[in-house]
Structure formats: structure tokens, C-alpha cells
Design a protein around this ligand. Sequence first.
Ligand code: LMR
Length: 347
Amino acid sequence: MDAKDLDRREWLSVIGAGLVVAASLALAWPPAFAAGPIDIKFSHVVAADTPKGKGAAFFKKRAEELTGGKVKVEVYANSVLYKDKEEMEALQLGAVQMLAPSLAKFGPLGVKEFEVFDLPYLFDNYAELHKVTQGPVGKQLLDKLESRGIKGLAYWDNGFKVMSSNKPIRTVADYKGQKMRIQSSKVLEAQMRALGVLPQVIAFSEVYQALQTGVVDGTENPPSNLFTQKMHEVQKHVSVTEHGYLGYAVIVNKKFWDGLPADIRTQLEKAMHEATDYANKIAKEENDLALDAVRKTGKTEVSVPTPQEKAALRKLLVKTHEELGARVGKDLMQSIYKETGFDAGKL
Ligand code: LMR
């Protein structure tokens, strides 16, 4: 056998291997749908014992029941798989199929309109919020994700945020000069700057340590996150300001979703619908219980601002609406005002 023969043989085997790879790639999309269960990896950053964690567990149960085991959902809580920024990339690359990031975390993806939900005092209660998240404005926002290869399935509630710090945060003046952790939202950055606070974006999984080591003095979060991450153990003061809302968009990799067999997709939509009802039903109670639990530990002073203190905070923070209108979209902001009857002058 001469060198030429060897070359030819090698080429043939390379071409053969190439054909095998091409054929298996063709078979792999939609991947593994023909054989075995369809895997959905659902990654999130909070504890299992939170509104989002429980919503994800509920979705898993119903998705597996309704599809008769044709779909297997693996839920990864507490950033065990990916942290904030990484999880978005992982979804787009198809390394995970489902996430429920906070609405404050879509800016880096280029969909800054979601930061509208971060505007201080935009919603007075869940009923006002639901007019947006369960109505046409919410739907239009989810549709904006499609150009990023993402399909938005639902909004899940968490709750209204409290401020926490190792320094007193009773009055507006107290905040000046403090360092506080925020999520990656320009609206939250402006909100903190309006208070004279130095904001610092830190991944959720690193907040406890940042508070413990004094990298930042404080932060903001709904009580369910504060309590389940044990942040209260490293925070001396909590102020129940309820100055803003934190909730989620449940999202999937669009290519994956569109490639699902139609009957499976319908069953998953039903499971998501039920999980959404469930998550949104428990959110307020979970946060009320968490705040009580923080109080009961006696480790943190929990104060509720007086109406005057709240009015002073509101007056200062509502100014950010005008400042950030151009970023989040003035028309969008106005359409939310219209749904909720928002009144900037209200105290
Ligand atoms: C945060 O980073 O504070 C929250 O977005 C975490 C979460 O997912 O609730």
C-alpha cells in the first residue's frame, strides 16, 4: 500500500466521520425528542423555599404529570449552576432551557424596557402590578425578547422591597454616603444615587458575603430573599419602605420551545399557567412570613417608616421616573401609569 492509498483512505474516513456527525446533528434537532424524556433544565438564583423556588418546583411537578413523564424538569436553585449574568448566556446558548430572572436583570441583554418595573413607587400593591403583568402591556414586553432568541412565558411575583443596612436607614438623610448592593439595573442605580447612596452591582449569590465583609453597607430585596439568604444575620437594620417591586419573567430558549412537539408544548403551557397562578398566590404570604421571621430572630431592628418618613422617601425617589423615562421608554411608562392610575404627586 503506497502513501497515496493511505491518503485516500484517510480522506474517506474523514468524509465518513463527517457524514456521521452531520447525520447525528440533523437527528439531534430537535434533540433527543424521539427517544427518552425531553430534559428541561430550569436554573435560578434564589433558595428553594421562596416564591420563585416553590413556583419552579410546582412547574416541575405539573409538567412531568401532564406530559406523562415525556418531559423531565431539573430545577437548579441557589445559583448552583449559574449566577445572574451567566444564566442569561447559558439560556441563549441552550445550556439550560428555562430561567426566571428578576425583571431588573434584562438590561444587559439589551431589553432595557423591563427596568420600568424598578421605578420606585410605580405600583402601590399587587393588584396594580397585575394590571400590567397580566395585561397587554406585559405581553408586549415579553414579545420584545423574541429577537434575543428568548420566549417569555409568564410573570411570577416576588414582592415589595425593604431596605437593609448595617448603618441606620430611618430617614432620607441617613442613606447619604452609604454603599449598597443593587441588581444590574440603571433605574436602581439612579434610585440609589437619588438617595446619595453609592450603588454597586453584585451578583445575588455574592450578596451575603459582601454584606458580611463590609464591601457594602446594605441592600434592598423583598423579605423572602433577605430571610432565605440569611442576610438579616449580617444586617443590623431593616426598613419596611416597600419603595419598589421585584418580580420575574419566566423565559425559555425560543429555538427549544418552538422545536417541541405541539402536544407537549400545549401541556407545558398548561403547567406554566398553573405554576404562575400558584406562585402569584403565595408570593405575598411568603414575604409576610419572612418579614415576621426576621423580626423574630431579634438580630435585626425592623422599622416601619412613619407616613411622613415614607412621604419624604417617595417624593425624592419618584423624581427618577422623569430621569429614566428615556431609558425605559416614555410611552411604556405612560401606558403603565394609565393602567394603574399612578399619580406622581400622591403622598
Ligand atoms: C436579586 O438579585 O436581588 C434578585 O434578583 C434575586 C432573585 O432572583 O430574586
